[in-house]
Design a protein around this ligand. Structure first.
Ligand SMILES: [Zn+2]
Length: 117
């Protein structure tokens, strides 16, 4: 049930949300981290959007999942949390050598038109 408060509304087109998605997809090499598909990627929130305001736009709380894996995870977030954190940590080290990645700036170019940017 939605609380309908402004801070709980998700504007998928806001710059902050686009930057979040972009960071997650780049770090995860534009692939679903469960099945490897690059079809219809979603940036899943490891700690649910509703549960942690501070982590909403933090790439460390996001993971790239395809649409069907995302559906499977939705409602079972808790049971995937530890597994996803391990994957995110591994990908962050592989991509950035354990450094905190710089926030992307400027315009986001579409690499794959099926991605929702
Ligand atoms: Zn998948």
């Amino acid at each position: 049930m939605s609380l309908n408060l402004p801070e709980n509304e998700r504007d998928l087109d806001s710059p902050a949300y686009k930057a979040f998605r972009h960071s997650v997809y780049v770090r995860d090499n534009f692939k679903c981290q469960l099945c490897g598909s690059n079809y219809r990627l979603n940036a899943h929130h490891i700690k649910r959007w509703a549960d942690d305001v501070k982590l909403r736009f933090s790439a460390s709380n996001g993971i790239a999942l395809c649409e069907s894996c995302h559906k499977m995870v939705t409602g079972n977030e808790d049971s995937f949390e530890e597994r996803f954190k391990v994957i995110v940590k591994k990908n962050t080290i592989a991509k950035y050598g354990g450094q905190t990645p710089k926030k992307p700036s400027g315009k986001y170019k579409l690499r794959n038109p099926r991605l929702r940017f």
